[in-house]
Write a protein that binds this ligand. Structure first.
Ligand code: HEC
Length: 204
């Protein structure tokens, strides 16, 4: 079927033969049980891809080992990005935000809205307590100051069922709702929950 062509001008300098049926060039000395390999040139796009990969590999190795380039290391890139992000956050000063009871009626009103929407589920509308403790008595589990309350609302007491509101409420909203809670102190709720925590002096 095929004729051996002793042509030594081909690129590889190998012998090849021409398939007389299809006119394809076959590599003469590759014959596996009668299956022969075509002696085609690789397509240019493939060769270029290959050359580009080699070039990329060399450049990569040089940057990695010779230039020790930062952006080839995930951890260095991460630290750099974190440092950049940190520099974009304005430094917090305590003068901007003071944790103290708010007494103006607008703040109390907004605090009540938040309370009625979120907190009353566990602390009841009148502050008498249900899942959460009673706010009307003198007993506190985590302390009697606005700072203590602020930290409870901010970070929660997860294992006891008190949610952390730092993502849900802004610091001002937290102050407002706590200032509203302070107004519930000393009132007489319909079904007051038994005291929890320690008896403490009322500060506000
Ligand atoms: C899912 C129920 C639940 C919700 C909702 C909830 N709380 Fe609580 N809260 C609790 C529980 C339970 C405790 C008691 C935690 C403990 O035993 O340490 C608590 C404790 C507190 C305390 C500390 C009381 C103390 O005696 O020291 C404050 C202040 C408080 N909650 C405020 C809030 C505010 C403000 C909201 C709404 C933004 C809120 N809670 C919503 C369940 C809840």
């Amino acid at each position: 079927m095929s004729t051996l062509n002793e042509n030594s001008n081909n690129k590889q300098g190998e012998n090849y033969e021409i398939d007389t049926l299809t006119n394809d060039r076959l590599i003469a000395d590759h014959d596996y049980d009668g299956i022969k390999e075509l002696d085609n040139d690789l397509p240019p796009w493939w060769k270029w891809l290959f050359y580009i990969c080699i070039a990329f590999g060399i450049i990569y190795l040089v940057r990695l080992f010779v230039m020790d380039s930062d952006d080839l290391y995930q951890d260095r890139e991460f630290n750099k990005a974190m440092a950049e992000a940190a520099s974009m956050v304005p430094a917090r000063s305590n003068a901007e935000f003071e944790i103290k009871i708010l007494t103006d009626s607008e703040s109390i009103k907004r605090g009540k809205e938040t309370y009625d929407k979120i907190c009353q589920v566990c602390h009841l509308m009148d502050g008498g307590g249900l899942v959460g403790p009673n706010f009307t008595d003198n007993y506190w589990i985590h302390g009697n100051s606005i700072n203590d309350w602020f930290s409870v609302v901010t970070n929660g007491v997860i294992e006891k069922g008190m949610i952390a509101y730092k993502d849900q409420l802004s610091p001002t909203q937290r102050l407002e709702v706590l200032s509203y809670i302070a107004t519930l102190h000393g009132t007489t709720p319909a079904n007051p929950k038994a005291p929890q925590g320690e008896e403490m002096e009322w500060l506000y």
